[in-house]
Design a protein around this ligand. Structure first.
Ligand code: AMP
Length: 182
C-alpha cells in the first residue's frame, strides 16, 4: 500500500518521535535524538518520503549526505528520487583522492571531505543532513560540492533549530527545507 506521506503536508507529527536528551554530549546542549524516530516504521518512512517530496520539483542528479546521521536519511531520499548517493565524510575516511573543507565549531574547528570524482561538473545536488543547528556543517558541505563544479539545487534536514539561525549560513540557496522545527 502507498504511504500517504508523499501528499503535501508538514512533518509536525514527526516531533512525537524525536527524543530530547539534556546535557548531551556536553552540559547545556539539548540533544535531539532521532533514534526513537528511526525505529518507528511509519515515522522513518514519513521522514524520507517528505524530504524527497520537498525536492520533487527540482532536477536532482545526486543526493549528498553528511556523516554520520545524514547517512541515514540521504540514501533513503536518493532511493525515492531514483538517483545516487554521495558521502561527505569526516577527515581520513575516504580512500581515493578527496577535496576538503574546514569549518568552525563552537570551540575549535573540524573538516569534511568528499571524493573529487564523487560528483561531475554541473551535477545538481540535494544536500541532506539530520539536523540544522548553526549551519556550519551544511555550509562546509555545500562549499565542497561547489568546489568540484557541482551545483547545490536544494538542502534538506529532518530537524531545524531555528533559534540558532543556521538558515542564514545557507542564504543564496532557493530550497532549504526542514520537516520539524524547534
Ligand atoms: P551545525 O554545524 O551547528 O549546523 O550542526 C549540525 C550538526 O551537528 C548535525 O550534523 C547534527 O547531527 C549535529 N547537532 C548539532 N546540534 C545538535 C543537537 N542539539 N541535537 C542533535 N544533533 C545536533
Amino acid at each position: 500500500m502507498e504511504s500517504d506521506a508523499m501528499k503535501p503536508g508538514n512533518g509536525n507529527r514527526l516531533k512525537n518521535w524525536i527524543r530530547e536528551v539534556p546535557d548531551f554530549p556536553k552540559p547545556g546542549i539539548l540533544f535531539k535524538d532521532i533514534t526513537t524516530l528511526l525505529k518507528e516504521p511509519a515515522a522513518l518512512r514519513e521522514a524520507a518520503d517528505l524530504l524527497a517530496s520537498r525536492f520533487a520539483d527540482r532536477r536532482v542528479d545526486q543526493v549528498v549526505g553528511i556523516e554520520a546521521r545524514g547517512f541515514i536519511f540521504a540514501p533513503l531520499v536518493a532511493y525515492r528520487l531514483n538517483v545516487g548517493f554521495v558521502p561527505v565524510r569526516k577527515p581520513g575516511k575516504l580512500p581515493a583522492a578527496t577535496a576538503a573543507r574546514s569549518y568552525e565549531l563552537e570551540y575549535g574547528s573540524d573538516a569534511l571531505e568528499m571524493h573529487v570524482d564523487g560528483l561531475g561538473s554541473g551535477d545538481r545536488v540535494a544536500l541532506v543532513d539530520d539536523l540544522l543547528a548553526t549551519g556550519g556543517t551544511a555550509r562546509a558541505a555545500a562549499d565542497l560540492v561547489e568546489s568540484v563544479g557541482a551545483r547545490v539545487e536544494a538542502v534538506g534536514f529532518v530537524v531545524e533549530l531555528t533559534y540558532l539561525e543556521g538558515r542564514r549560513r545557507l542564504e543564496g540557496y532557493d530550497v532549504v527545507e526542514s520537516l520539524v522545527r524547534y
